[in-house]
Design a protein. Structure first.
Ligand SMILES: O=C(O)c1ccccc1NCC(=O)[C@H](O)[C@H](O)COP(=O)(O)O
Length: 471
């Protein structure tokens, strides 16, 4: 059976590794784990995020399909997965049948911010230490090639290194063994590695045997949205997809098909200060353009803003950004420059928000610099028409490029925009998790402090290809 052959090959490679420098690998991996926050477990955190979470696989070949990708620009593929909104990336490192390599994993882990699962046939602890050094956040452990003792020990070793372990099963008995061994993540492989047949009902059937607090992943054989729909009906929302993602020419479109969303997100590009920026926006057509009337490298005077806004395509609404400004000044500027929305980005209280609404007759968005969900809660009762969730950076008001955890959006009970370090790499996943009515991008579409035409277009196109915004 192929699995025995694969496990045999893995044992041989593990022996070579152990003999070459087993002790050195162990020590270096432990030192790295001590250096990091080993309690963070980003792989698990991402799979616990709201909605459908998809792990996309980077693999050149497989024993069942042969060569999947003749042309294999693995770094580009991994970056495309990240932009498309993958929850994590699975990288095949088995060299003989999957034509994988540890080097692929090492380079990919440096090129993307999302967690990486090492997909291999782990039969020895030295491979777990090696996975840590390669930059993995998680490893795969296949129940059928391990004893109960090995499974328990490997899960414990991985945990000690800050690595998550995805425990792959195929039968009721294997799920029972995985649970007893202390699995926190259980996958069911729909592919039978004895004859490569696919049974897409397997994961759905076995799902109910997995304890509720254990993460569950349906693996293999998922080709189209209808497959996902069947799993969703069975309460499964985490998936590992290989071949279909590898073969998709447009990863963002394919992931959007799997996730199946209605276009609902608008886009604001903030910090517009030059005539050239207006040309970029008129070309890309975001929904909102932000003009900053507060202390900032992007500050515009009311006169300058009035000139710029007069050149703006009428389909783009002008948003004025103010920090602790008087209501009178805000009203004057709003009138002079023809603003459509007022964004208050300072310490304005409910009373000020009410006054600004009354004096200007315009919708008011209140920016909240959120370091936690608690920072958001009191603002649910505010008179603002919408909240703008931004990152909390000491001594800075906005435009920091610092990311906010999109899961904080759980605390919001009003319409809201998501801001803070948004760029082409993270915007799709953040928007899918937080589900704002609009995303706000500023420094993420700049190069050397100036708005960048290509980056603006890339964000707008990506939102459309991902099915999040009307194209
Ligand atoms: O952008 C600024 O320089 C700024 C300064 C003072 C107050 C607000 C500011 N920006 C407000 C915004 O709406 C930004 O788009 C938001 O903070 C996100 O910025 P970024 O993290 O750079 O994408």
């Amino acid at each position: 059976m192929i699995l025995d052959t694969l496990a045999k090959g893995a044992r041989r490679r593990a022996r070579v590794l152990e003999e070459a420098d087993g002790e050195g690998i162990r020590e270096a991996a432990i030192a790295r784990a001590l250096d990091e926050d080993v309690h963070d477990f980003p792989f698990e955190r991402n799979l616990r995020a709201e909605g459908v979470n998809i792990i996309c696989e980077v693999k050149k070949a497989s024993p069942s399909k042969g060569i999947i990708a003749d042309h294999f620009p693995y770094l580009e593929i991994a970056r495309d997965y990240e932009r498309a909104g993958a929850a994590a990336i699975s990288v095949l490192t088995e060299p003989d049948y999957f034509l994988g390599s540890g080097l692929y994993l090492k380079k990919i882990s440096r090129a993307v911010q999302i967690p990486i699962l090492r997909k291999d046939f782990i039969v020895s602890e030295v491979q777990i230490y090696e996975s840590k050094l390669l930059g993995a956040s998680a490893i795969l452990l296949i129940v059928s090639i391990l004893t109960d003792e090995e499974l328990t020990r490997f899960i414990r070793t991985a945990k000690g290194l800050g690595l998550s372990a995805l425990i792959e099963t195929r039968t009721e008995e294997e799920i029972r063994r995985a649970v007893l061994a202390g699995a926190r993540i259980i996958g069911v492989n729909n592919r039978d590695l004895r004859d490569f047949s696919i049974d897409n009902t397997r994961a759905a059937r076995l799902h109910s045997l997995v304890p509720e607090d254990t993460l569950f992943i349906a693996e293999s054989g998922i080709q189209k949205r209808e497959d996902i729909e069947e799993f969703l009906a069975a309460g499964i929302r985490n998936f590992l997809i290989g071949e279909a993602m590898m073969k998709a020419e447009d990863k963002a479109e394919k992931l959007a098909e799997f996730i199946g969303e209605e276009p609902r997100v608008q886009c604001k590009i903030c910090g517009i200060s030059r005539e050239r920026d207006i040309d970029f926006l008129n070309d890309a057509l975001p929904d909102y353009a932000g003009f900053i009337f507060a202390r900032s490298p992007r500050k515009v005077t009311p006169d300058k803003a009035a000139g710029l806004i007069s050149l703006l395509d009428p389909r783009i609404k002008a948003v004025g950004v103010f920090v602790n400004e008087t209501t009178e000044t805000i009203a004057d500027i709003a009138k002079k420059t023809h603003l459509s929305v007022i964004q208050l980005h300072g310490d304005e209280d409910f009373e000020t928000i009410r006054e600004v609404k009354e004096r200007t007759g315009l919708p008011v968005w209140k920016a909240i610099r959120a370091g936690s969900e608690e920072d958001i809660l009191p603002w649910n009762d505010s008179p603002a028409d919408a909240l703008l969730l931004d990152a909390k950076v000491m001594g800075k008001r906005g435009g920091t490029g610092k990311r906010i955890d999109p899961n904080f959006a759980r605390a919001v009970r009003k319409p809201f925009l998501l801001a803070g370090g948004m760029n082409c790499e993270n915007i799709v996943r953040a928007a899918r998790i937080a589900r704002p009515f609009a995303v706000d991008v500023n420094s993420g579409v700049e190069t050397d402090g100036m708005k960048d035409k290509e980056k603006i277009q890339a964000v707008i196109r990506l939102l459309a290809r991902s099915g999040l915004r009307k194209g």
